[in-house]
Design a protein around this ligand. Sequence first.
Ligand code: NOJ
Length: 555
Amino acid sequence: MKWWQSSVIYEIYPKSFYDTNNDGIGDLKGVEKKLPYLKELGIDAIWLTPIYLSPQIDNGYDVADYRTVDPMFGNNQDLKELIDRAHRLNIKVILDMVANHTSDQCIWFKESKKSKDNYFSDFYIWKDPKPDGSEPNNWAASFGGSAWTYVPERSQYYLHYYASQQPDLNWENPLVRQYVYDAMRYWKSQGVDGWRLDVITQISKDLTFKDVPTTDSNKKYIPLKNTSGPHMHKFIHELNQQVLKPFDMMSVGEAPNSNIEEILKLTSPERDELNMAFSFEHMRIDKAIGKNGAIAVKKPNFLKLKQVLSKMQYELNSKSWNALYFENHDRSRIPTRWGNDTEYRYESATAFATILHGLKGTPFIFQGEEIGMTNPKYSVDEYEDIDLKNKYQEQVKEKHLLTTDEFLKVEHKIARDNARTPMQWNNKKNAGFTEGKPWYKVNPNFTEINVESDKLSKKSIFRYYQQLITLRHKEDILIKGDYQELLEDDKNIFAYQRSWKNKSWLILVNMTEKDLSLNELHDNLKNYKKIILHNYLNQKLEDILKPYEAYILEK
Ligand code: NOJ
């Protein structure tokens, strides 16, 4: 077993974690200061979202210099000290490599845009306009509008899958790849243990650059299936051979749109690509196409959740390794999204945690998840995310596809900013996040929901997470045990067995706020006498599963 297979990894969004110099922005010294808190929680590794020099158009996912820590977070020495301190506490450190694109403020791009024949000209993807001067094709950018922006100096357009300030790198150019690998080796020399690889499945482009076929004449720009391009596996394998393998660094790739076959290819050890990949499919169970084609949310389809997660468990078992998550900096808070963030906040937070941490794979926790933080209900001007702002402009202001209320109804459930509000440490000023003016509005519910009061509560979500993590460290069955789904057709109860050697565990979770009868499971249940973990205070298995009740039981 590799260290990351028996680990629980904690994702930190440094900007919103803890501020030590009172400029209102979280910093690396803040992360260092909170290491004892993370040790107490029990996690084995931290993943820091990008901390490099950046104009912060997309909160650091627009890198201007891969080798320099942005002054807002501190400096390179602070990162070194954080890594050393973490290592002394036996906590590994994972950085985020954003290598599909850079910032337009990166020196490579600044040079590239000057002419067609300088050293950096070919570092990005440049194309001539169509004869009428328009974009080279109809590809849409993820954050709205065209995926191409015109630069007069070159009389050409450059490609950007995200904002125009995030030009895509040209991975076909071997020099680009060497520059990226070198940056990763540099951080290895500073002690970094592994990588989360941002949208790594988008690095290889469709080199025909053809229009996406469409019948919709109203739409000028069409979303492209922009993952798994022709050279993706070749490039990732090369990255593996030149950086990950020789320097023994762990890797988890972000894999939007990849199906299970692709995930298997990316993560099967004999292919020497990545250790793990974040799949997206299970996070789509509440997404729908709404009015005028805009994204909408619907009641989560838990049957689908069970099917998708179970399929991953079966298919990856013994062939590769799962990356398990429900929350991250691009997703919203689970108690609000799938559970009940008022009456059953504790129960629903711990119920979904039990489902996730009972599975085979490496669980990832996003900051604040361990105290059941919830989505705030912000107004449009209280959101900060470029993606949301652009969508609002396009869908509400320009095209009138939705009203502001309709737009907000969706975003209150799924906006990325829901996860990016400052960490709630206590009930004092700014939730104890900063003494200054927070860069982003603190969720007003911090007076009730915060680390300090959670730990004092009888129903502590933090303590429940501690128990889940301790179990993973103590019990081989959670790491190595086979998975077997039960009650496949039940849309309310998630039930599965894990078995290892002569041990068998049952994970049993009510995903609703209704009382549910356990009749169907009865014969099976009789065998499971010992309660390993339970999110209600009584210590007896009854015939009814109460709202969001969750058990781990042993035969
Ligand atoms: C995925 C990151 O998680 C997200 O926050 C970012 O906006 C995009 N990649 C673009 O880098």
